[in-house]
Ligand binder design. Structure first.
Ligand code: SF4
Length: 363
């Protein structure tokens, strides 16, 4: 099957709006041709630096300007991260994704420490992913040399709707960061969130943006918004399971080789709903009781669901060989002390501004 990079919004809408049984059948057929339908990749998301973020992403409880119950923490130590990675490995995860609530990576001690975390986890024979905000080409190269397997940077929504969600950086910055990762051997993880008030057109627009990347991202997380008190989106209605299934199935059809990842919002889904998503082509999940700061099903519950459905966790490096870690001393790419100018559109988003005025949510 040839992977297409020229999907149009009209074609994607036509797929998304098919009668559900037809859509499921088509997606499951594409899935079987490209993947083992009984294997699901399991990642553990680890928040290595929580809260206090200067950005204004309307869905995020870690943005310092919204009054949520998330307390800011300093960067975790390499030893703390190693201990958590070992726990994740024991409970069946093949990948650790480290998230830091940063606008962008800054060269310096903290980034050096993250590079050491990457080397440490790669030595445990686990896939290492980072989500650290915008990065330059040199920073991407340094991560690659340290042994990074994947870099996550979500497009969040369509370019048009992105302007209703975030004012502190532009869509092009996201694409440029993905472009910088693509100049290395690191794989790309990029997806978005549904349920933020966007239209079905916007969902299709996001899938156009992702599927027309060449190559397409190796991993595409589909998140359902978890509305958190204190954020601008606290009152959004949860998305229905049908919307989630349609989104997963459409992503599967337009990006046949990608691992489509069921991400935030799984606690709102029944086991049957999740099973339908797996049937529709989802083949990776995040495990662990927290996704950065929002709730997630317990690992034991997930493993029980896997047993009921006859699913097996994917082994590490099944899709791509393990990268080598180069030590800091032998590294070709050094700290350049870069000060890149990422954009700051600064337009007004009413609901974001209103949320900033609200008092702190009760604990
Ligand atoms: S999504 Fe990331 S960049 Fe945006 S506010 Fe949250 S932590 Fe910051």
């Amino acid at each position: 099957m040839v992977t297409r990079h020229n999907w149009t919004k009209e074609e994607i809408l036509e797929i998304y709006n098919k009668p559900l049984m037809e859509l499921l059948y088509e997606a499951a057929t594409v899935h079987r041709k490209n993947h083992d339908p009984n294997t699901v990749q399991v990642s553990t998301l680890l928040s290595i630096k929580t809260g206090g973020c200067p950005e204004d992403c309307g869905y995020c409880p870690q943005a310092a300007r919204y009054h949520t119950n998330v307390e800011g923490n300093d960067l975790m130590s390499v030893n703390q991260v190693k201990a958590q990675a070992l726990r994740a490995k024991e409970s069946g995860s093949s990948r650790v994704c480290m998230g830091a609530a940063w606008r962008n990576v800054k060269d310096g001690k903290e980034f050096d420490s993250v590079l050491e975390m990457v080397r440490t986890i790669n030595k445990l024979d686990m896939e290492v992913c980072c989500t650290l905000g915008m990065i330059t080409e040199n920073q991407a190269q340094r991560l690659a040399e340290a042994g990074l397997y994947a870099y996550n940077h979500n497009l969040d929504s369509s370019e048009e709707y992105y302007k209703e969600v975030i004012s502190t950086r532009g869509y092009q910055d996201r694409l440029d960061t993905i472009g910088n990762v693509r100049k290395t051997n690191v794989t790309v993880c990029s997806g978005g969130i549904i349920g933020m008030g966007e239209s079905v057109d916007d969902r299709a627009g996001m899938l156009v943006a992702l599927s027309t990347l060449s190559p397409q991202p190796e991993s595409v997380p589909i998140n359902a918004l978890v509305p958190v008190e204190g954020t601008p989106m606290e009152e959004q209605e949860p998305v229905s399971i049908w919307e989630m299934v349609r989104m997963v199935a459409t992503a599967r059809i337009v990006m046949p080789e990608t691992q489509v990842r069921l991400s935030a919002g799984r606690t709102q889904m029944s086991r049957e709903g999740q099973a339908m998503c797996f049937f529709a082509g989802a083949n990776s999940i995040f495990a662990g009781d927290k996704l950065l700061t929002t709730p997630n099903p317990d690992v034991n519950e997930d493993m029980e669901l896997f047993r009921s459905l006859g699913l097996n966790p994917q082994k590490a490096f099944e899709k791509k060989e393990q990268p080598k870690s180069v030590s800091a001393e032998e590294s070709q790419y050094q700290n350049l002390g870069e000060k890149p100018k990422w954009s700051r559109p600064g337009h007004k988003i009413e609901r974001n501004l209103e949320a900033q005025q609200k008092p702190k949510a009760k604990a």
